[in-house]
Structure formats: C-alpha cells, structure tokens
Design a protein. Sequence first.
Length: 333
Amino acid sequence: MSFNIPHYLNLFKTGELHERAVQLESILGNCTLCPRNCKINRKDREIGFCRSGYLPIVSSYCVHHGEEPVLSGKKGSGTIFFSNCNLRCIFCQNHQISQPEKSRRDKEMSFERLADIMIELQSKGCHNINLVSPSHFAAQIVKALEIAVEKGLKIPLVYNTNSYESLYTLKLLNGIIDIYLPDIKYSDNNNSFDYSKAEDYVRCSRAVILEMKRQVGNLILDDNDIAIRGLIVRHLVLPNDIAGSKESLSFLSEEVGRETFLSVMSQYFPTHRANENLLLSRPLNEEEYEKVLNWLDMFGLENGWIQEYSSRDYYRPDFHKDEPFKKINQVAG
C-alpha cells in the first residue's frame, strides 16, 4: 500500500480493524490497557488510576498550528485532547485536563460523537488527527475510528503520548497508527516515580519507542513536507537535569537510530504542583538548555526541531477557555 494512504484504511477493508477494536475493548473488562494494570471493569464504569470509565472523555479539540512544522503545516493539526492521564506529573502543563480537581465525567461522549469530531477536523482541512494523551483511551479511539472510516476519514493518525504504554496494547495498534509522537521524559526511575508516580517509566518508555520505530520506521514526508508516517520523539528539558537528557539522547542515538527525528523543547515553566518541589520550582535556564543542544551534536542527532529558549513565554495553554491554544496558534500561524 502507498504511504500516502493511511494503513488503517486497508485494515478496515479486510475486517482487521474491527477485530482489533474487539480485542482492545475486551481488555477494558479487566483493564490492563496501560502499565498500571488496574484490572478493574471499565465497561461497568469502575475507575482506576486514570480515573476514566468506559466512554471516551474529550476536554477540547481544535485546529492546532503550534505543533511541529511537519504536523501543523499550513492547515493545522486536528488535535483532540483526552481528559485524565496514567501519569501524575507534578509539573504537567496540561494539568487542567490531565489531573483535574473535579471529575470530568461530564465530558464523556459517545463513540459516534468522537468519530464525528475526527470527521469535522478533516473537513476543516487538517493534515492529520492528533490524539493527545490517548493511552488510557486506546480501545475507545479504535472503536470510534472504525465509525469514522465508514464516514470517510482518510487522513493520518498521530499518537501523541507520554510513552507510558503497554507493549501488548501498542502491538494491537500496529498498522492503525501512522505517526507516533512519544515523549521521552526521564532516564532515571527514581525521578519518574518522584515526579510522575511511575517507578518503571524508563523501561516502559524505551521499550515502546523501539516498538514504535519497528512499526512505522523513520519519518516520511509528502511532497509538501507534511508527515504521513513515522516516528518523532519529543523531549522536554527540565531544570537541574531532572529529565536526565544526556542518557536519553544517548539511548535514542545508539538504539533507536541517529536518523530519528527529535523535538527538543525548552518550554518548561513551573506549573501545577512544581512550586512545591525545590528542584522544579524555577524555569529552565539558558545554560541548561544549551548544554542539551550540545549533546545533540555529540550524539549525531541532526534531524528534527529545537525550540527557541523563550518558548515558555507563549506555550501556555488554558483549557478553561474555548480555544486553549489561541495564543500559541497566533504566534505559530
């Protein structure tokens, strides 16, 4: 099949997409969709670590012009922000929706409605459907995708994840996801536990990034320099080297491949509960960021994008507004 045509369309034609949807939905009865392995019955509205039941919960969706250039292009990325999360990052920039003070069950929607959102974003000319924080809703997304394909969806799917994924779930997504956009947050499990409540993050994230690479390979662009398939890894540089950037970049260079596209971000600012922790209570300084950029050169990682040091001044979404990324879109657009 041509790379210009999303692979999920072929899976739909053969009936394989439906089979995957059934397999993923069956996991929800004893949920092990992510590494938390809560083993609760989400079909019966039981709630585990991610605080999410059976129906998908969408906090916001929009045409987003602030993603990497190969995703946003000129027409924008059709971004769907799912509520809740399977991590508890004390510095989360999306904490209003990932770790809400009140339940977001009022934002639950039917699978048909989620499919209609995908179609609506496609109709607005978006280059892709960008699924943000999808891990705990992977089953629901594939169920909605099947409906959306019947209605004419035909643009690439971007899986925009924190990388705390189950390998089993990820393998069921093989051929469904066109572009993987994983974070690599930490290289030390002590830090991942202290700051995100995930004591096995390093092992999990590295294994899933390698699996993502196996599934989709290196980034492929169309004639307009828009991503149609492949892997892009994001890394948010944290103050006081909490992220362990050098070790993560070494892993990417030596095991994932120097040709990997990276998006290195300087946009960290203390938010949510970061001010409660001395090491995270200040912004990243320019010297810390420059050190990481030098490591990119040292490890031969030349593909991708780096943010301007001043990025934290405008990458601040507000999900209490109807257009949470309006300021970012204006800057990027």
